[in-house]
Write a protein that binds this ligand. Structure first.
Ligand code: CU
Length: 129
């Protein structure tokens, strides 16, 4: 029995590592379910690929929105505030963009989803290493 427990723990650890490969954010925004994945975990200084999946209230992928990413770092001693924007491009059912984080530290990220003249924003923070 003990051996089985150890094996189970090892398997769970492996599954955990595999799962933690991407930096993931899942949020409900208005009527949408938004899933955001960043290919670096933790996000890095430099290029990070970001993928966004949006599902409507019925669970269907939404592919007719305009998606833009805005990321910023507030001013700090010796550094003015930094603000960047990137338009995401639809590939299949995922919106993809590149986010270039120019320095390490905490960044505010806002994913802006515009559809039918209405914009819904999903906000989260990343700590770039
Ligand atoms: Cu800074």
């Amino acid at each position: 029995m003990k051996r089985l427990t150890v094996l189970t723990i090892i398997l769970l650890l492996i599954a955990g590592i595999a799962y933690a490969k991407d930096y993931e954010v899942k949020k409900k925004a208005g009527e949408y379910d938004v899933e955001i994945k960043i290919d670096k975990n933790p996000p890095v200084v430099g290029d990070n690929n970001i993928e966004i999946e949006i599902k409507d209230a019925s669970g269907k992928y939404m592919t007719d929105a305009k998606v833009r990413i805005e990321y910023s770092m507030p001013a700090m001693p010796g550094m003015p505030a930094m603000n960047y924007k990137a338009d995401a491009e639809l590939k299949g059912y995922e919106y993809k963009a590149k986010m270039n984080l120019s320095m390490s530290g905490a960044w505010n990220v806002a994913v802006k989803i515009t559809r039918g003249g209405k914009t819904t924003t999903v906000k989260f923070n990343v700590d770039a290493h």
